[in-house]
Design a protein around this ligand. Structure first.
Ligand SMILES: *Cc1c(COP(=O)(O)O)cnc(C)c1O
Length: 386
């Protein structure tokens, strides 16, 4: 019998989301309206803040882009980020007109290494863009200290880190801006979607204007029952607003965020225990006084220890009908950045090695006990047979 294929990062969509989307469509208000406002409010409350600190947008990439513009970045300004991230992080820096500068990761945490950030500071550095990789919070105390000493903005890429906490502080609330993703594989799903969180209310006001053409009033306020209101274009903005259809999904996903986190944590720990004797590098345990969002479970496959290389392992997992991911090849492996910035992967040796060895196993809250068993036995069979 052929097993069903276990899709990597399969979203868990409940009846509540389906009913809310249908209700949204029946309401006739599909675009940015009352459900986006409710989702922003609920998300802000989840972060322990008020709605004047949150702005829903249509992706994390958009959130990063408007955050950097709202942070006042200008052409020639340098933004320090990690080479172990999704390309969107670096592309957003470039789209904001700034220059990305990469600081290598700590090989144990896979997060940007504050000591490497320090080495990258120049007179043109304006911001640090840490990514809380896999949901493990970055070491924010030294990062915020560097930012304070050099007068830098901090923009947190929280695409993996909705639930993350560091020393009692929630991810996205420690820097000037926090940017969240609700893409289909993330911990909260709206199909496509994102959120900007800002510490300063004026920054959120600016992010909201930038996310809707630079208009001073949004459509909901213009066409509501209070009568038509003229808008003014106050800057050249973007078309980055979230729709009520997306927020309809997000509202119910957010209501289940803790439950889904517990389920992923359980699977994460089961993998940790099941792979303890294999010749692979497992993720480090979460640091004390932090909360890991458990967005990804990644193994490092070192061919000299396992006898099988990472890509062959990926193929063997796929042949076992299990979807796997790679998060990520180092940014410096991609031809665009090599050509534009002259980067070579070996300039960031930790990210290069990790990018060539890493594999992400399925960690969706939708996985059942039988899926878990199949994944664990496939990993064991592939790695023990070598
Ligand atoms: C997914 C992701 C993004 C982009 O999110 P979108 O919502 O798809 O734009 C940015 N950074 C990281 C680290 C991501 O994983």
């Amino acid at each position: 019998m052929k097993h069903p294929f276990i899709i990597f990062g399969s979203p868990q969509i409940g009846q509540a989301e389906i009913d809310e989307v249908v209700a949204t469509m029946k309401s006739g208000w599909l675009g940015t309206g009352p459900r986006v406002a409710a989702f922003e409010q609920a998300f802000a409350e989840y972060k322990g803040a008020t709605v004047t600190h949150a702005a829903a947008v249509n992706s994390c990439t958009a959130a990063l882009h408007v955050s950097m513009i709202a942070a006042g970045l200008e052409p020639g300004d340098e933004v320090i980020t990690t080479p172990l991230t999704f390309c969107a992080t670096v592309n957003a820096i470039i789209h904001a007109g700034a220059t990305p500068v990469l600081a290598d990761v700590d090989p144990a945490t896979l997060n940007i290494d504050p000591a490497q950030i320090e080495k990258c500071i120049t007179p043109r550095t304006r911001a640090i863009l840490p990514v809380h990789f896999a949901g493990r919070p970055c070491d924010m105390d030294p990062i915020l200290d560097i930012a304070n000493r050099h007068g830098l903005k901090v923009i947190e890429d929280c695409a993996h880190a909705i639930e993350s906490e560091y020393h009692g502080r929630k991810a996205g609330t420690m820097g000037d801006f926090g940017c969240f993703s609700f893409y289909v594989t993330k911990n909260i799903v709206t199909g496509e979607g994102g959120m900007v969180f800002a510490r300063d209310e004026a920054d959120i006001g600016r992010a909201k204007i930038l996310a809707l053409h630079g208009m001073s009033k949004d459509a909901w306020h213009r066409f509501g029952d209070a009568g038509y209101k003229h808008y003014q274009v106050v800057e050249c903005g973007f078309k980055y607003n979230m729709m009520d259809i997306q927020a309809a999904i997000g509202i119910h996903q957010l209501a289940r965020v803790a439950q889904n986190w517990r389920r992923r944590s359980e699977i994460w720990q089961r993998y940790q225990d099941a792979f303890a004797d294999l010749p692979v590098t497992r993720p480090a345990e979460p640091e004390p006084n932090t909360r890991h969002a458990h967005h990804l479970y990644t193994l490092l496959i070192d061919e000299t220890r396992t006898g099988i290389n990472r890509d062959a392992f990926l193929d063997a997992m796929t042949a076992s009908r299990i979807g796997v991911g790679v998060h990520y090849l180092s940014i410096a492996e991609h031809p665009y950045y090599q050509q534009r910035f002259g980067w070579r992967p070996d300039e960031w040796p930790n990210a290069m090695r990790i990018g060539r060895q890493t594999v992400s196993l399925p960690l969706s809250p939708k996985l059942g006990a039988e899926d878990e068993r199949r994944i664990i036995s496939a990993v064991n069979a592939i790695l023990r047979s070598e």
